[in-house]
Design a protein around this ligand. Structure first.
Ligand SMILES: C[S@@+](CC[C@H](N)C(=O)[O-])C[C@H]1O[C@@H](n2cnc3c(N)ncnc32)[C@H](O)[C@@H]1O
Length: 243
């Protein structure tokens, strides 16, 4: 398990720059495509994730970070549950601008900061919960990503990683494979104007560790009580682990 390797990149730094540039180009169309290409299931995946971390959100003093927040959909779902501003970060400025617009529109005053998930400007043991939805897969080094989460979590703190995964059923996997490699790149490419983004998406999902392997890697990194829940036939998985 190393990290994402977009085509044509030969180092972690190049992979990271490619990912940041790509999200910057699709930022204005990101939400529309997200809902369209997931048949609106993304809303259910996020809602389920919020439900799984609600015990921490309900604690008024809990320090919570939505990592790789993108345009802020998970963040807003978390804040609607917590009824207060949390923290949010991403390393892509145009995505953060979209997030900021939505946060203000919802009447929150969330501290949003631009930072690489592999090197967060946060103190050791400062957070009770980190959520990361569809961002972890894009990190240039997964091991470093897990280590950085552990560094900033308080002992007893939780990480919740929502990511694409591989469906377990053979027939569904074949259908899903067809959709994600043939249909999704065409629609996504045409609407976003960035075909490379929607070719990268199925490729990065294919290369990403399966749910069992990710759970193993979390344990190896030092997380305890690691568990995961598959959703939509395993197309998506939510991993939970504690420091
Ligand atoms: C697919 S989007 C997901 C956004 C949002 N969490 C959601 O659920 O819609 C992935 C986000 O991860 C961010 N990202 C990827 N690698 C990152 C890194 N190393 N540090 C910080 N953000 C990163 C991207 O900029 C992008 O906004």
């Amino acid at each position: 398990m190393t990290g994402t390797t977009p085509q044509g990149t030969a180092s972690e730094q190049a992979a990271s720059q490619w990912v940041r540039g790509m999200f910057g180009r699709i930022a204005p169309r990101y939400d529309l495509l997200n809902h369209l290409l997931s048949f609106n299931l993304d809303k259910q995946w996020r809602a389920r994730s919020v439900a799984r971390v609600s015990a921490i959100l309900d604690r008024p003093d809990a320090q919570v970070l939505d990592l790789c927040c993108g345009t802020g959909d998970v963040l807003l779902a978390l804040e609607n549950r917590a009824r207060r501003p949390l923290l949010a970060s991403d390393f892509c400025h145009p995505m953060l601008l979209e997030a900021r617009r939505k946060i203000v529109g919802h009447g929150f005053r969330t501290p949003v900061f631009e930072a690489d998930a592999l090197s967060l400007p946060l103190a050791n043991s400062s957070l009770d919960l980190i959520t990361v939805a569809f961002g972890f897969r894009n990190l240039a080094n997964y091991q470093h990503g897990l280590e950085e989460m552990l560094r900033v979590l308080k002992p007893g703190g939780m990480a919740a990683i929502l990511e694409f995964s591989q469906p377990s059923n053979r027939v569904f996997r074949a259908l899903y494979g067809f959709f994600s490699t043939r249909v999704l790149p065409r629609i996504g490419g045409a609407i976003s104007g960035s075909p490379e983004a929607y070719s990268y998406l199925p490729e990065s999902i294919r290369k990403f560790p399966g749910a069992e392997q990710l759970a193993q890697e979390m344990r190896r990194a030092g997380f305890s009580r690691v568990e995961f829940e598959r959703m939509t036939g395993g197309a998506v998985a939510l991993h939970l682990g504690y420091k």
